[in-house]
Ligand binder design. Structure first.
Ligand code: BGC
Length: 380
């Protein structure tokens, strides 16, 4: 934890340091390397939705950190509506943004906006989600998305007793009955999460340790459009009706995101799971949303994957300042993220699995959530 806070401190110092030498910033209306001061520069920040806490935290962190460095910020949320996001980005360009930071709803839907940004010499940073099918994505800040899937699958195996929390072999042998959920197919991350998870689960499906009773094993079959909780609940209800009405007990669910996990858990509880005789299956998650952290503390949800949005925001700010200062940001991955047109230079951050016994050290001690928020299952 101390190491992590050290990283936060170092990045913050870099932000302040770069802001202090702001004379080399970009000029208004886009275009890096001119002599404008940070206060003359506008950064457009486009976020997908406010229905998930993580995007609110991301938006707030990026805005605060940019403002602290002296920039003007136009932060917009698109309500998970693709035309709204396109329109908001168009407007940022028209209003003379000098830099765009975009977490896309549909990774393939912003080509014409990016074309316009390139025409106006506005650098574009893809935030968390890769923007596809455009050569005008200048940089990508994200987490190690394949590793998120690996961590989710390992958490599932740990919950089932096939692994121990330290990664060593557990005492259970199976076979275990599981079901697989995936994210929204228009989000590039969903594929990375699923591929990462299947890299761990496939051998165990092949040798019969794990059994998907519905036989719905492809990402297309498991996908939940826009990562919607209600859609996930409906799919879980359908699976229980179609494949578990013979009395077979479901023992584990691979879930890629906490909102989806809550939909799955509601369907399972409505079907009578969650008692001593009929225990809740092992359900994974992602994002450490506060309602799910409480479910983990209460022993209902197994785990979540914590992505520290404060660190991601810092990376976006550091990369943005490089562009605005007329230089290229530093990538730590230049091979993984092919967007269909080019490999986008990326900065990947690590992720951390959270179980009930690591809520305190990982989430509370780092100041992400307070103990009181965890107890209430509510922010603030
Ligand atoms: C993000 C996840 C998030 C999901 C749903 C993905 O692009 O990487 O952290 O759970 O979107 O919002």
């Amino acid at each position: 934890m101390r190491a992590k806070l050290g990283v936060i401190g170092a990045a913050a110092a870099l932000v302040v340091g770069l802001a202090a030498c702001g004379g080399s910033g970009a000029g208004g209306g886009g275009g890096a390397g001119t002599s404008a001061q940070p206060q003359d520069l506008l950064v457009g920040v486009s976020m997908p939705t406010q229905t998930s806490e993580r995007w609110i935290a991301d938006g707030n962190s990026v805005k605060q950190q940019l403002e602290k460095a002296g920039y003007k910020v136009d932060l917009q949320y698109a309500g998970d509506d693709i035309p709204t996001q396109s329109q908001q980005v168009d407007q940022m360009i028209t209003q003379g943004a000098d830099l765009l930071v975009i977490a896309a709803i549909d990774g393939t839907a912003l080509s014409s906006q990016l074309q316009a940004a390139a025409g106006a010499k506005i650098p574009v940073i893809a935030y968390d989600r890769l923007i596809r099918d455009s050569e005008h994505v200048d940089f990508y800040v994200t987490f190690d998305n394949f590793q998120v899937g690996v961590a989710q699958a390992n958490a599932l195996l740990t919950g089932l007793g096939l692994l121990k929390e330290d990664g060593s072999k557990g005492t259970a042998t199976g076979p275990f009955t599981i079901e697989l959920f995936a994210g929204s197919l228009d989000d590039n991350n969903a594929t990375f999460f699923f591929k990462g998870a299947m890299s761990v689960l496939q051998p165990l499906l092949d040798n019969g340790t794990l059994v998907v009773k519905s036989n719905q094993k492809s990402i297309e079959q498991g996908a939940i459009l826009r990562w919607q909780q209600e859609t996930a609940q409906r799919r879980m209800e359908d699976l229980l009706t179609s494949s578990y009405n013979d009395g077979t007990k479901l023992q584990g669910v691979l879930s890629p995101y906490d909102g989806i996990s809550r939909g799955i858990i509601t369907a399972l509880q409505n079907a009578g799971y969650g008692t001593a005789q009929n225990p809740m299956p092992v359900v994974t998650g992602q994002d450490a949303e506060i309602a799910s952290v409480k479910l983990i503390a209460d022993g209902v949800q197994n785990s979540t994957i914590f992505k520290d949005t404060r660190l991601l925001a810092e990376q976006a700010v550091v990369a943005g300042q490089a562009f605005l200062g007329g230089t290229q940001p530093k990538a730590n991955d230049t091979t993984t993220y092919d967007n269909g047109v080019k490999v986008v230079p990326s900065f990947l951050l690590p992720v951390e699995t959270v179980y009930a016994d690591t809520i305190k050290p990982v989430l509370v001690d780092s100041g992400y959530w307070t103990a009181d928020e965890v107890a209430k299952g509510q922010a603030g």
